[in-house]
Design a protein around this ligand. Structure first.
Ligand SMILES: [Cu+2]
Length: 289
């Protein structure tokens, strides 16, 4: 039976507690860090060669859908009642949102070193030690709103700019493409300053710390952010029923993106799953809106 993913703002105290407890247990068992490493291994930018799976590529959406399912299944091994909540950052858009409270994801990082000191994921609890290999910090870091150079969460207009685009994606299928729902939602843009970051990317920037890099899933908010991105894909599909995933066919050998972007029926490493298999999720889970 399909399970329900709820808006995090509607979770009961007991539901929050069980979600947090399952996360901590996943971490204790080493499964959580294994999932983070998977994300790091498969993070490949445009500028380098090779196949791009989850980022700067058409498969950004189906790859993360599959990744979230793996995470959710791991949680459910520990507690079958737990599902991934989603964070609607267009409405809960300040550091005062209940998302960041002591009983859920904990709050902002402290001024001196960015360390998160409240909630279950605070370093001092001893339960959330991080090896991110990038920041070389062993504690969770956040700088909500990036006080050093303020950035706001995406506005409704910015999101509409993505949602109103009926084309799924376009050549060259990377971070430079100006058209297409996928890159408008993933959020790589031209320009300078905060204009470079749109929608999904802007949210990562607004949180800061580990969320800025390939080891982003070290911050549990990653999953809630991506569940909302997943919901948005769903909403987009309903809004544009005639628009499908692109590229629909394997790129020809002469295409500069051949072997670098995944077509509809090609597997998305590290899984054998194809984008085609991830286009719908109603039999697995539904979003409560
Ligand atoms: Cu990612």
């Amino acid at each position: 039976m399909a399970h329900i993913r709820k808006n995090q703002r509607n979770l009961t105290g007991a539901e929050k507690k069980r979600f947090v407890a399952a996360l901590l247990e996943l971490k204790r068992r080493g499964v959580y860090d294994e999932l983070v490493r998977l994300h790091v291994r498969h993070y490949r930018a445009d500028g380098t060669g090779g196949l791009r799976t989850g980022h700067m590529a058409p498969s950004f959406l189906p790859w993360h859908r599959k990744y979230l399912l793996e995470f959710e299944r791991a949680l459910q091994v520990i507690d079958p009642a737990v599902t991934v909540p989603y964070w609607d950052w267009t409405t809960d858009n300040t550091p005062a949102a209940s998302l960041w409270s002591e009983d859920f994801l904990g709050g902002d990082g402290r001024r001196s070193d960015g360390q998160v000191t409240t909630g279950a994921f605070a370093y001092a609890t001893g339960n959330w030690t991080i090896d991110d290999g990038v920041l070389e910090r062993t504690y969770l870091v956040r700088a909500l709103g990036r006080p050093s150079s303020p950035i706001a969460l995406p506005t409704k207009d910015e999101l509409d700019w993505a949602m109103n685009e009926s084309l799924y994606d376009a050549a060259p299928w990377d971070s430079t493409v100006a058209r297409g729902f996928r890159n408008r939602l993933e959020g790589w843009a031209a320009g300078s300053g905060t204009a470079r970051w749109r929608n999904h990317n802007r949210v990562h920037r607004w949180i800061g710390g580990q969320m800025l890099g390939a080891a982003a899933p070290h911050d549990p908010v990653f999953w809630l952010h991506h569940a909302f991105v997943d919901l948005l894909w769903d909403r987009w599909q309903r809004k544009h029923p005639k628009s499908g995933y692109l590229p629909a066919r394997k790129l020809s050998a002469g295409d500069p993106q051949a072997g670098r972007a995944i077509a509809l029926d090609e597997p998305m490493p590290p899984w054998r799953t194809t984008p085609a298999e991830m286009l719908g999720h109603r039999s697995l889970y539904r979003y409560e809106t």
